[in-house]
Design a protein around this ligand. Structure first.
Ligand code: IPD
Length: 267
């Protein structure tokens, strides 16, 4: 069954990606932010999620869904799909390339398949539990992913993200002040799912954020784990909105302790 879910997740992420690229209004961009920008992006988010859910439901009518736009809907098959129809909506709005379609499939509560499509980079990141994580490119080439190991905290390139509320951001800025002097540098890419794939691909060493939701990190978490990385929250808890940390297995403990020390899970 895992293979079927894997194929369905890949083909659905590809179809949604094509729609989002083709239907993105040509004049969407910074100017739009003054008037109806958020509505346009919300419409594209909704259209993408509708397409994804309809396509999967046509193939598997008994499955449940958790989507950023549509919330929870029940099913009796034991399979639940966790969908972020556009992760990195602000990048999508501005025409920046790092936005993604993220689809995970869970069987009896365990994520077994994760797919993150990054259409503007022509990249598709995939993982099936126990079968590794892969990057497939538009030109047909593919590679197995391995996250970086042997990186000390002071040499680590660390991505993070910020929430939408001003209060949350003030706390995030405060804890970031404690992180920045202790690592190589910080990146803010704008899509949690892409950040997780970048950890898996060794393009960055780690990612952490307070606030991401299940749809932001479900697929990316499996991709990091299958690339040999560790994903979790504070003190042995699973990744969650409280705090999600992803890194190579040897970098995870010192980064975890630093984030705990600076109060990255507060606010
Ligand atoms: C957001 C992105 C961003 C992260 C935010 C998320 P959205 O998702 O993943 O990188 O910092 O926490 O909410 O809103 O673009 O789907």
């Amino acid at each position: 069954m895992q293979d079927l879910l894997y194929e369905l997740a890949i083909s659905t992420a590809e179809v949604a990606s094509v729609m989002l690229v083709d239907k993105r209004p040509a004049d969407l961009g910074v100017a739009y932010t003054k008037s109806s920008s958020t509505d346009v992006v919300t419409e594209m988010d909704k259209a993408s999620e509708r397409l994804i859910v309809d396509r999967i439901r046509a193939a598997r009518p008994g499955d449940a869904f958790l989507g950023e736009e549509g919330g929870e809907s029940g099913g009796s098959s034991g399979v639940r799909w966790i969908v972020d129809p556009i992760d990195g909506t602000v990048n999508y709005l501005y025409g920046l390339p790092d936005w993604s379609v993220s689809i995970a499939a869970e069987v009896d509560g365990e994520v077994v398949v994760g797919v993150v499509a990054v259409p503007m980079r022509g990249e598709l990141y995939t993982a099936a539990r126990g079968q590794g994580a892969h990057l497939m490119r538009e030109d047909g080439s593919s590679e197995r992913l391995r996250c970086n190991t042997g990186v000390s905290l002071d040499k680590a390139l660390v991505a993070t993200g910020f929430g939408y509320s001003a209060e949350r951001r003030a706390h995030q800025a405060e804890s970031l002040m404690g992180v920045l002097p202790r690592v190589r540098d910080i990146r803010r890419g704008g899509s949690a799912a892409v950040d997780l794939c970048s950890v898996a691909a060794g393009r960055i060493d780690a990612y952490y954020e307070r606030g991401p939701q299940e749809w932001d990190f479900a697929a990316g978490t499996l991709i990091v784990q299958e690339a040999g990385g560790t994903v979790g929250g504070l003190h042995g808890t699973p990744p969650s909105a409280e705090l999600t940390i992803a890194a190579g297995p040897d970098l995870f403990p010192p980064l975890h302790d630093l984030l705990d020390e600076v109060g990255a899970a507060r606010g």
